[in-house]
Design a protein around this ligand. Structure first.
Ligand SMILES: NC(=O)c1ccc[n+]([C@@H]2O[C@H](COP(=O)([O-])OP(=O)(O)OC[C@H]3O[C@@H](n4cnc5c(N)ncnc54)[C@H](OP(=O)(O)O)[C@@H]3O)[C@@H](O)[C@H]2O)c1
Length: 233
């Protein structure tokens, strides 16, 4: 295992529900986190130790120029965790081209562009690195994707992209994996599903611990893995 003390890590979606927990976990392991936010003014986020978090505003991760500009000013990175993304409930009657494009843009394009610039940063620094992407359970079991076909397809695309990229980078000591969570225990999910058994859901802090452990591996032997993280659901 490697120490993360004073390492630099990008966490996309780091101001969101899962992202905040992941940033806090990296910071408590000694890392410095760089968080791109789409807003023009940094959103109010409560990190445990904000002194080790740099938020870059006005970064649209689905826009190539915006992603390039964000990565251009970063120091040599140890890891990039691609959490930015989002969900659309859309039965097929509502799943227009606009919904499909929005889901692909938000989930696949944001992840792919961030990976592209992460690899350039690792190569420039002359060392390996870790990439952790966030897919979702329906990517591994699309039968669970009814009424959310655009979301399911976009997260399946993230999974396929992850495996293909891992293969492309296998001789560069760059590990690329994706976690495929079921429902995460977030405030939004609790509000939307008040009667569900929240105890069975995946805790953001548990996912964060898994991501930090992955990025602490000296030799990413599991590159290309798509890891189910289903809690007790
Ligand atoms: N919640 C679940 O049950 C669940 C289950 C499986 C997988 N996942 C996946 O896990 C990830 C995190 O979920 P979450 O519940 O923590 O979501 P969340 O709270 O909505 O956080 C997502 C973050 O991504 C950011 N983002 C989205 N598009 C962006 C863009 N184009 N440029 C820059 N930032 C962008 C959002 O910023 P803004 O808020 O400012 O737009 C937000 O900070 C997502 O990829 C989600 O699909 C979630």
């Amino acid at each position: 295992m490697q120490s993360l003390q004073d390492r630099h890590v990008v966490v996309t979606g780091g101001t969101g529900a899962l992202g905040t927990a992941v940033v806090d976990a990296f910071v408590s392991a000694g890392a410095h986190c760089h968080v791109p936010a789409i807003e023009k003014v940094a959103p109010p986020v409560r990190f445990a130790d904000p002194g080790r978090v740099t938020i870059a505003t006005d970064v649209d991760l689905s826009n190539e120029a915006s992603v390039e500009a964000f990565f251009r000013h970063l120091p040599g990175l140890h890891a990039v965790v691609n959490i930015a993304g989002g969900f659309a409930w859309a039965p097929i009657g509502d799943s227009t081209a606009g919904v499909l494009q929005q889901q692909l843009s938000m989930n696949l394009v944001s992840c792919a562009l961030s990976c592209r610039h992460a690899v350039a940063n690792f190569r420039q620094a002359g060392h390996g690195g870790h990439i952790v992407n966030i897919s979702a359970r329906p990517a591994l079991n699309p039968r669970q994707g009814a009424n959310m076909t655009a979301y399911t397809a976009s997260k399946a695309a993230v999974a396929a992209f992850t495996v293909a990229l891992a293969e492309e980078l296998k001789n560069e000591n760059i590990g690329v994996i994706a976690l495929c969570p079921s429902t995460i225990d977030t405030p939004t999910n609790r509000k939307d599903m008040p009667k569900a058994d929240h105890a069975t859901w995946v805790k953001p802090s548990s996912l964060a611990a898994l991501i930090v452990a992955q990025c602490s591996l000296a030799d990413p032997l599991d590159s290309g893995a798509l890891i189910p993280v289903y809690g007790r659901a």
